[in-house]
Design a protein around this ligand. Structure first.
Ligand SMILES: Cc1cc2nc3c(=O)[nH]c(=O)nc-3n(C[C@H](O)[C@H](O)[C@H](O)COP(=O)(O)OP(=O)(O)OC[C@H]3O[C@@H](n4cnc5c(N)ncnc54)[C@H](O)[C@@H]3O)c2cc1C
Length: 414
């Protein structure tokens, strides 16, 4: 694989860009692999990457029914933060955020990580207390956040109306090294690195069945034939319940649509990410100038990857009070993804009832930020059977009632 560098760009500029190779190969499936990962979203690809990089496992296929990154990974609003309340979550999300800091260099692919700062607005007394508590927890966990007052909020984000009639801004939980990254680039960067290690990424290949023998998986039935494997990872987000059902077990999950929208591009006016959880909306500005806007999940279960118009209207209406300029923006497009939500709003990174099969799901509305950390921990779990990063996130927690309650950090926020 040709390394991307300023010299490579200059060399290619001299010869009409005729020397770039494909970023990843498009192979025919082999009959068997040591490891199969179902799902070429960010989490599946990151798992494959760290299995190769940290454990030398490269006889591996990532199987994807559509195109890589075409699920939630390519549909999210790219917020990255690690200001969670519980210790297990903060460890996982902070590991992830710290990997994002050098991900472009690690993958030799510009993922456009932009640590511009994330603030979660406190617009009720209840939120002030909740976020102050989180800031204290974060300082014990080594996560750098602080609770800031309204004047600092206004200074950081001048377009905001902090004196709204219903919900004036009373402060915010501020994480200066939170931010965003380019979502497709994260998937593409991992895919390119995996392909370079000799792994096969099989796009347009749907897993239709899971073959088992004596309590272990022996392979998968796909639209391109049967493929054998020694270990299986299921990393399919909104379709986790569907794939688990093929393997004969159930998951404590709901699959619901979550949507986002962008405005027409405008001049730079906002260089932080703002989440307003009381009114249920959040916003940032993309490098192209579009205002990237999101809200809460739709109120029903579905597998259609689009959102409802009434929710769109509610989200924009909610934001207008805090960002009056939104009322004068034309909206350009909206889209949806199917998110997999657990009862405690924390993910599942777990062994399964089948001996050699593991599942990574339940990221709900907030798994983009977790891609590098989840890949790191889940690869360790798959390779060694345990990982300190994933220890609390097993399926057994729903049986014994050991929940990791992140309904404040993740119920509305992404
Ligand atoms: C509108 C929206 C906004 C969001 N905003 C944020 C945000 O700001 N910050 C944040 O951290 N998170 C956010 N999220 C959540 C985040 O996008 C997801 O948690 C994350 O992308 C999940 O990644 P994944 O790799 O697990 O899943 P996906 O990217 O969905 O990948 C799963 C893949 O599995 C494939 N698959 C499914 N079934 C099969 C099968 N049978 N055979 C083969 N392949 C199969 C799918 O095609 C898909 O490509 C948002 C999500 C949405 C929808």
């Amino acid at each position: 694989m040709k390394r991307y560098s300023v010299f490579a760009v200059a060399r290619e500029a001299m010869r009409q860009h005729s020397g770039w190779g494909r970023a990843w190969s498009n192979p025919e499936p082999k009959t068997s692999y040591d490891v199969i990962i179902i799902g070429a979203g960010g989490h599946g690809l990151a798992t494959a990457y760290y299995l190769g990089k940290n454990f030398g496992i490269t006889n591996l296929a990532v199987i994807e029914k559509g195109w890589l990154g075409g699920g939630n990974t390519g549909r999210n609003t790219t917020i990255i933060r690690s200001n969670y309340l519980q210790d297990a979550s903060a460890a996982l999300y902070e590991k992830s955020r710290s990997l994002y800091e050098n991900l472009s260099q690690d993958l030799n692919y510009n993922v456009m990580f932009s640590p511009r700062g994330v603030m979660m607005l406190a617009q009720t007394q209840h939120e002030i207390r909740g976020y102050q508590r989180t800031a204290h927890a974060n300082s014990l966990q080594g996560v750098s956040t602080e609770f800031i007052g309204p004047s600092r909020v206004k200074e950081l984000c001048p377009i905001m109306n902090i004196d709204g009639p219903r919900y004036p801004v009373l402060g915010a939980l501020w994480q200066p090294r939170g931010g965003s990254a380019r979502h497709d680039a994260v998937a593409w960067g991992y895919a390119r690195a995996c392909s370079d290690m000799g792994m096969d990424i099989l796009q347009q290949t749907e897993v239709m069945g899971i073959r088992q023998k004596n309590g272990n998986v022996v392979g998968v039935d796909t639209t391109r034939g049967n493929i054998a494997c020694k270990k299986l990872g299921m990393v399919v987000a909104g379709h986790a319940s569907v794939v688990a059902e093929m393997a004969g077990f159930k998951l404590p999950l709901e699959s619901v649509p979550l949507q986002a929208l962008v405005s027409e591009p405008i001049k730079p006016c906002m260089d932080v990410v703002v989440m307003a959880n009381t009114v249920h909306g959040y916003m940032s500005q993309s490098d192209k100038g579009e205002m990237v806007i999101g809200g809460g999940t739709d109120g029903y279960n579905a597998y259609t990857q689009r959102g409802s118009f009434h929710h769109l209207e509610e989200t924009v209406r909610a934001l207008i009070e805090t960002f009056p300029m939104v009322s004068r923006l034309k909206m350009l497009r909206h889209w949806g993804g199917i998110v997999d939500v657990t009862g405690d709003r924390s993910p599942i990174l777990s062994k399964t009832p089948l001996g050699n099969t593991f599942i990574n799901c339940g990221w709900g509305t907030g798994g983009f930020k977790a891609i590098p950390g989840s890949g790191w921990g889940f690869a360790e779990l798959m390779a060694n059977g345990e990982s300190p990063l994933t220890a609390g996130f097993g399926l057994d927690r729903f049986r014994v009632g050991r929940f990791i309650d992140e309904s404040v950090a993740a119920g509305v926020a992404h």
